[in-house]
Design a protein around this ligand. Sequence first.
Ligand code: GDG
Length: 738
Amino acid sequence: MSKTIIVSNRLPLQIKLENNQLEVVPSVGGLATGMKSVHEDGNGLWIGWSGLTEEELDNDLSVKVKEAASKQNCATVPLTEDDIENYYLGFSNKTLWPLFHYFMEYTEFENSQWESYKLVNQKFADVVLEHIEDGDTVWVHDYQLLLLPKLIKDQKPDVTIGFFLHIPYPSYEIFRIFPWREELLHGMLGSDLLGFHTYDYERHFLSSVKRILRLEVKFNEITYHDRVIKVDSFPMGIDYNKFHDAALKHKNLKANEKSELQRRLDDHIQSGSEAKLILSIDRMDYTKGIPNRIRAFEYFLNKYPQFKEKVRLIMLAVPSRSDVPQYKKLKRETDELVGRINGQFATVSWTPIWYFYRSMPFDNLIDLYTSSDIALITPIRDGMNLVAKEYVATRTDMNGVLILSEMAGASKEMNEAILINPNNFEEVANALKNAIEMPEDEQEKRLKFLQKRLKRYSVEKWASEFMKSLNATKSTKTAIIAKKLDSDRTSKMMDSFQSSKKRLLLLDYDGTLVGFQNNPQDAKPDNQLISLLDSLNQQKNTDVVIISGRGKETFENWFGNKDYNLITDHGVWLKTKASDWKMLERLKTDWMKNIKPILETFVDRTPGTFIEQKKYSLAWHYRQADPELAKIRTIELNTVLTSLISNNDLSVLQGNKVIEIKSSNVNKGRATATWLVENSYDFIFAAGDDWTDEYMFEELPESAFSVKVGLKKTKAKYYVKNTENIRDILLNFTSHHK
Ligand code: GDG
């Protein structure tokens, strides 16, 4: 039975080592809850680091940790102190974390840490590969493991891989700064499905893929070699019932069951009818906007002094990554700010800020959520922010106001909160005043909407939606019409080649025999190709025809001293082994003087594009243009051309990053048909990569072996990944010849 493997940096286990004794308990975080059903389904497995380095574990303990983990259906990835220093604290948290959160000034690019990141991703891959079988599904989590999907896919192409990023994906303008950007993107593209919290992160990712890797993106699908990769947004939810039920239970606590914290909170609440508690909870991280929040609160107290002695800000900051210098600096800054403001405003009976720098048990968290009239969540950048959602879930009395930064992913689905820009103190101060004065019925109305959504789209639902989408990618894989020319099919084709008496090989040139170059003139045949074509061309009873949209002059230049069969200009000119160039079609070219100036205006307005003037056609190339601008321009150009050439014998062909205008009565199909009328074959092989080759495929008899290069909709019977595959097949033909 196939299984699902979850991979994250840390296992959902708390493993404690005291006096050489191991204590292992499952952790109860949001992700662990969401993944519970995925993990428990069948023989599911979770792979990650245990939290203890190899140096902390001797052989004996290491075995014990493995066993304890395995009892919880987990497998450990062994990491050393050096790995943690460089891959985790280093590359993950000093490079990827700040860069992806737009903190460029904190971003370090250290080659040695990048090397460690690659090495550790490989360590994760090794453990995954130890456990995985064909047909299994893998779900990889987060920014520490961006290279992992490819490392798995390269070894195991027949497993289905999903990836979810829990932090923001930055705009292309930020991501392009990253020195190893191509490698990182290729790493992610090992996945079959890539998930992000919001549509913005999704489109930023697609924009990087288009601009940096220049891949074909249609809506939310990326064509990558012979695969189609889906990209989508899945806003992560919370374990709604857990928070809601805990809050309900909390309401019924008797006085003697209340925590010490709750008693202190009650004291404040009872200090006056206008007393208000404002809450913030976050990891102590510079992305969370803690100093800004304190300054905005100061601004509020100065602007609206009537709230002095009435409102109090309770700030829970949970220690995090405290070994990283920027986090130390943040802690110092926060301490100082709290001290300064408390010193400035405090009275005998009131301190404006209560500040806790520690983590709290779950029950205390519920004390805080249920006692606070307002939650003030002001990150500078945040992938999602679950605290905002948890606060809403605990408001069982239907009162309370959420003030939320629009820089948090959560703001996209929480429109009923008061949304603010955390850098605008005026706005934050006014939001606080509005929240304090918001009528109860208004609070209730907003909470109702918010709670309804959170309850429906819980973390379990999030996980199941992701899995559903991931499983659906399995059927898209088989939906492509052409079949993969795998080794079985290739060997059948070779048999047929060998047993046939008269063979035809019809070969497109660009994108089929050679890869694309930025400048078409650079795609000259290399020596290896020439010798391959030479030996094919010498085979007895075998006609090799190169059929291309290229101009006759170019082919004459490249192949003039060869006796190849050549069809150029999409079928205008023909040269055979036996005879010199002759025209297959008589064509007019007077239309060019009208069309060329139009194309020129497109070149002027679209940097990176150019016109290729051929004898019988005009081609507008846009491979190097900005992909989004090019998309707009191609639509524009198509519209302009369609209106112009309606009475003409011209047609517009959409090639691979090129639009070509030529006479309607020539195409590779007509040329193919002409060739086939004059010759008869019992074996036909035809290969092409773009739209113009579809005409050729259309004209072939049913028995032909037609092959498309790349994974696109096609009339060809088979597809292969790339030009290398085509060359391999051709080489195979030379050795199968008898
Ligand atoms: C990353 C992304 C994204 C906090 N203090 C205590 C405590 N917590 C719990 C909260 C909440 C969680 O920690 C924090 O989650 P957030 O989403 O707010 O933030 P990150 O840790 O930065 O998480 C973030 C998330 O991944 C998920 O994809 O939303 O954007 O940065 O659940 O309740 N729990 C306990 N004591 C504490 O003192 N028990």
